[in-house]
Write a protein that binds this ligand. Structure first.
Ligand code: HPA
Length: 265
């Protein structure tokens, strides 16, 4: 396995020479950010030897390496999920590759459902904690992690500062990872909420765990695209998720840009 990560890393390095800067994993409908990078080099995942292929609508499959205001950025457009049948080692390949290349920090983005009536669809949420509600280790109530190595107050403060500067309303909360592929039931949402979840989504937590293992500083931003099932009586659809992500794009992009400036200050 490590050998194949080495090969993938070598391939991406050959194409880009990237060995520092900011890595960004762009989630459902959030891929546009990468299209504005200067001197961009696109690397389709399918060209990387041994790299998995994303299968989900709204997720492109490519790395884009380029510059934002002169700062090197490696963006992963599209990621891998448990529900696609990939295991933990496979869904974390992008993070392991990013780490091996030597990037300085990782910004993870995702679309998530809000389980907190105070956080509305269309809001951005800074993830300040997570819990694993996949039950991959058993049926026990999962703990909420809010401390280093997963969360650093100084990094969280950079995001708060970036939001404030741009007058972007930034919610904060705990992200819970669910296995999918179906959205949760109202009963599951109630339970996860009682355990401290503010949002539910099907990615990100393996990426946070893996980044933390490497000591790679990580920041997670969620676009709240819908109320989770049962929070309102409206049914939710993948279409709604994509549409809301689309509406939030300009605000999300502005926050990312400002955050990149802060990270490089
Ligand atoms: N649940 C799980 N994943 C999601 C949701 C949701 O409500 N919205 C966007 N991704």
């Amino acid at each position: 396995m490590m050998n194949s990560i080495d090969n993938m890393t070598e391939y991406v390095f050959d194409k880009t020479q990237v060995n520092k800067g900011t890595a960004i994993i762009l989630g459902s409908g959030l891929g546009d950010f990468a299209d504005q990078l200067d001197n961009a080099v696109t690397i389709p995942y399918k060209d990387i030897p041994g790299y998995p292929k994303p299968t989900v609508e709204g997720h492109a499959g490519e790395f884009i390496y380029g510059f934002y205001n002169g700062y090197p950025i490696l963006a992963a457009k599209g990621r891998f999920h448990y529900y696609e049948g990939y295991d933990f080692n496979t869904v974390t390949i992008p993070v392991r590759l990013i780490n091996k290349l030597g990037l300085d920090h990782l910004i993870i983005t995702n679309a998530a459902g809000s389980t907190n009536p105070k956080n509305l669809p269309g809001n951005l949420m800074l993830v300040t904690g997570h819990l694993d509600c996949t039950f991959r280790h058993g049926w026990e109530q999962p703990p909420v992690y809010t401390k280093p190595p997963y969360y650093s107050e100084s990094l969280l403060n950079l995001v708060r500062k970036s939001a404030k500067k741009n007058e972007i309303e930034l919610k904060e909360g705990v992200y819970s990872w669910t296995q999918g592929p179906a959205y949760e039931t109202p009963a599951e949402v109630d339970l996860f909420r009682s355990w401290g979840a503010d949002a539910v989504g099907m990615s990100t937590v393996p990426e946070i765990i893996t980044a933390a293992e490497f000591g790679l500083p990580v920041i997670t931003l969620s676009t709240l695209t819908n109320f989770a099932a049962g929070i309102t009586n409206q049914p939710l659809t993948h279409q709604e998720v994509i549409e809301t992500a689309d509406l939030v794009k300009p605000k999300f992009k502005q926050l990312l840009e400002s955050l990149i400036e802060e990270l490089n200050r």
